[in-house]
Design a binder for this molecule. Structure first.
Ligand SMILES: *Cc1c(COP(=O)(O)O)cnc(C)c1O
Length: 398
């Protein structure tokens, strides 16, 4: 029976890579070899040098291509290596249109590196199709999406942007880190290239730095393959193996974390210290209908707004469970402060304009018991009141 008769949950475990064809091993062998003996100088074998191709990396690349339903996968040493390599498809004089609340590292790459090579950019609110349409120029080659966006969880209508791109002869790239192919398959919606920081949900344990690119058609697959070998930021074999192991539990991890995220988001929206909760699982979220149409769920990341920096400080001082760190998509819940972390490379005025204010926190929900997390966050938020009363009292007694 063909494997595509089965569901994602089964395919993630039983795929072409699940049994080593040579030995029957149920875990992909790690091939450390950097070079491969050739029997004949007229005809090289499948592998010659590990930057160009390695059997362990190939197993991972085939697995992710299969899960994203693309034509070819490519593994890189980090998400930024994958994203930067993808941007190398552009040439001097080209223009790229980008989601305005794009990942901070991508923002830095576009504004501080690509600009030096004569590659121009415009940031737009990708949720506003009119803005997208009116900002496409004759030299626009790529429309770059991130949905849900980071850290505001805004939803872009993928099919609508793809339609605009195709009508204008542009490629579409999409950073699928927050959703993974379990929840969203952009290539099926016509996107040309999917990118991942596999460091996050795909690897899932805060112990592997990795990036992936998956091509939706042969034309772009050929370009990315050439650039992967030319630029050379490939993923090492140990990390390929760790990433494949992480992917095997993606379904169970993300399903559980998403359910907990929903409960926590509900709790937060009812807490009086929380001014706003951004979570695409709420029916009043402006992108809710689009999200329901194009994805299988809202995911396990949410953000919420407190009054300001002082309130954020109080909460962070008192919560015990989530780690306070950059990154997301791990077994442990991670609370981060975009203004000072992921978006620190964005000028403050740009940040504020995008809604990434000093009171905004992002929570990536892990695998802890959700009731424990709710209690912990509730206790931390309650301290905001105590601290404020203490300050008010101190001010009153002067
Ligand atoms: C972390 C992240 C990246 C960058 O990936 P690295 O693996 O850290 O290089 C890109 N996009 C998103 C959405 C991310 O969260």
């Amino acid at each position: 029976m063909s494997k595509d008769k089965f569901t994602f949950q089964t395919n993630i475990i039983h795929n072409a890579q699940s049994v080593d064809r040579q030995t029957g091993a149920v875990s992909v062998p790690i091939h450390h070899a950097t070079t491969f003996h050739q029997d004949d100088f007229d005809q090289f074998g499948k592998y010659d040098y590990s930057r160009s191709g390695n059997p362990t990396r190939e197993a991972l690349e085939e697995a992710i291509a299969n899960l994203e339903e693309g034509v070819k996968g490519f593994a890189f040493s980090s998400g930024m290596a994958a994203i930067s390599t993808a941007f190398m498809t552009l040439s001097k004089g080209d223009h790229v249109l980008v989601s305005e609340d794009v990942y901070g590292g991508t923002y830095r790459m576009i504004t501080e590196v690509l600009s030096r090579f004569g590659i121009d950019h415009s940031f737009v609110d990708m949720t506003d199709l009119h803005q997208v349409a009116t900002n496409i120029r004759s030299n626009t080659k790529v429309i770059y999406m991130e949905t849900p966006s980071n850290p505001l969880l805004k939803i872009t209508d993928i099919e609508a942007v793809v339609k605009l791109a195709k009508a204008n002869g542009c490629w579409t790239f999409l950073d699928n880190t927050f959703m993974t192919p379990l929840l969203q398959k952009p290539l099926k919606l016509g996107v040309d290239l999917v990118l991942h920081s596999a460091t996050k949900f795909l690897a899932g344990h805060s112990d592997v730095l990795a990036g992936l690119a998956i091509a939706g058609n042969e034309a772009i697959a050929e370009k990315i393959g050439f650039l992967q070998n030319s630029f050379g930021a490939v993923l090492g074999v140990q990390d390929c193996w760790l990433l494949m192991r992480g992917i095997k539990t993606l379904h169970v991890r993300l399903k559980e974390s998403s359910e907990s995220a929903y409960k926590i988001a509900r709790f937060l929206e009812n807490n009086r210290h929380v001014e706003q909760v951004n979570y695409p699982g709420f029916s009043y979220h402006p992108g809710f209908e689009t999200q329901v149409r194009q994805a299988e769920g809202p995911g396990a990341v949410l953000s919420f707004r407190l009054k300001g920096e002082e309130e954020v400080r109080t909460l962070l001082e008192h919560v015990k469970i989530p780690v306070f760190a950059v990154s997301l998509g791990a077994v442990e819940s991670i609370l981060s402060y975009p203004a000072k972390m992921s978006h620190a490379s964005m000028p403050p005025a740009e940040r504020e304009k995008r809604g990434i204010t000093d009171g905004l926190l992002r929570l990536s929900v892990g695998l802890e018991n959700p009731e424990d997390l709710i209690k912990d966050l509730g206790d931390g938020l309650a301290k905001i009141k105590e601290v404020r009363e203490y300050h008010d009292k101190a001010a009153g007694s002067i």
